[in-house]
Ligand binder design. Structure first.
Ligand SMILES: *Cc1c(COP(=O)(O)O)cnc(C)c1O
Length: 378
């Protein structure tokens, strides 16, 4: 059996262990400490001086963003239909209702036209949404200009779920810095990892300071434990932040590798009938291409999403169907959904290809051969 090729495995730089050893040498095995400070500092430098709070996960970051925007029982929050469930779960934690908005085919992210329709429809029902969460799926920036304009026009704050999009840019500006707050994930499969972790990003320091407070049990500044608010235990561990420091030293290389892999797939697979890549629609979009993702627009062809997933699996190669839309998830199916058919189309026609920055050229050749074999050819 050939060795396993994973979808997006961790890729260490070699520097991580030095920072972890520092944590051990100084016995700083606690949550928080110098590695957390330095990791936040490195992220802040990378993200154009935005303020950062390192957290236990991206999901925790979304949860705190909703808490800080005072999203509570009975509120409605606009959210993408085509995303991972972690975008949605924190809305439910708050007792609020998600309103799912379908995608545009250009970027596969939230359709701005549909977004405005949803807002107008809810306002007609005297229910103005409390916040908008949008996502940059597989690293592709959303249509920021249109989404930001709608947010401004109706005065509804934006939360940018950039869990998959660290290093992506729109009009040269980094993803994660567009919303009132942005969130990042450092889960093991993301473009950089701390084994598990996340961060809250904001231009507004009040938010990142408040997040630090809430994420460490909302302890007031007294010698005894005094609490005026409900707190959370959401801060990042100083040991894991050491991994993050080592990863930040190579973030530029990681983004370049993912983009190179994407380009290689395009070159090797250009002749497959009906195959379309998730692509940057215009010059101003710059994707980190975290996961190279494709659709087969002619599923009657022998090489299609299902046959490719089967053929790759037979050669011990990991691939995954595109996101199953939120409105189709049994756990979320009863919430309002504003649909145009795109997310369902993507789900039934597409897949993500292995995109790890530590793949070798031979790995890519094996994957390409696997895709071709799905058509019955060798
Ligand atoms: C990974 C991911 C998250 C959650 O991040 P965790 O760090 O795993 O909690 C949220 N949204 C999207 C789109 C993701 O891909």
């Amino acid at each position: 059996m050939n060795s396993r090729i994973w979808l997006s495995p961790p890729h260490m730089s070699g520097m991580e262990e030095k920072y972890i050893r520092e944590a051990f040498a100084t016995n700083w095995i606690a949550p928080l400490g110098p590695n957390v400070d330095e990791f936040e500092h490195a992220l802040s430098l990378y993200l154009e001086g935005n303020h950062i709070t390192a957290l236990a996960s991206g999901t925790a970051a979304i949860h705190l963003a909703l808490v800080m925007l005072d999203v509570k029982q009975g509120d409605e929050v606009i959210a993408p239909d085509f995303t991972f469930s972690a975008t949605i779960n924190p809305i439910i934690y708050q007792g609020a209702t998600p309103l799912f908005v379908d995608s545009e085919m250009q970027t596969w992210n939230m359709d701005p036209v549909l977004l405005e329709e949803v807002i107008l429809d809810r306002m007609k029902k005297n229910k103005k949404p409390k916040a908008i969460i949008f996502v940059e799926i597989y690293g592709m920036p959303a249509n920021m200009e249109a989404i930001a304009e709608i947010s401004l026009k109706y005065d509804i704050p934006l939360i940018e779920d950039s869990a998959e999009a660290l290093g992506s840019r729109y009009n040269k500006r980094y993803c994660g810095t567009f919303g009132e707050m942005g969130i990042l994930s450092f889960n093991g499969n993301k473009i950089i990892t701390t084994s598990g972790g996340g961060a809250l990003v904001s231009k507004n320091r009040d938010y990142t300071d408040k997040a630090k407070f809430l994420a460490s049990q909302a302890k007031e500044n007294t010698l005894h434990f005094e609490h005026l608010q409900v707190g959370y235990n959401y801060r990042m561990s100083n040991v894991l932040a050491g991994i993050g420091r080592g990863q930040m030293e190579v973030i530029g290389d990681r983004v370049a590798s993912h983009r190179r892999i994407n380009q290689t797939y395009r070159e090797f697979l250009s002749d497959i009938p009906g195959l379309l890549f998730q692509s940057e629609p215009e010059e101003k979009y710059f994707s980190n291409f975290w996961l190279t993702s494709v659709i087969f627009s002619e599923p009657g062809e022998p090489v299609n999403a299902q046959s490719v997933i089967r053929a790759l699996g037979a050669d011990n190669i990991d691939s995954r169907p595109l996101m199953k839309p939120m409105h189709m998830q049994p756990v979320f199916k009863d919430y309002p959904a504003y649909l145009n058919g795109h997310s369902e189309y993507l789900f039934s026609h597409g897949l993500s290809l292995p995109s790890g920055s530590n793949m070798s050229d031979q790995d890519i050749e094996r994957i390409v051969a696997g895709i071709r074999s799905a058509g019955g050819a060798k």
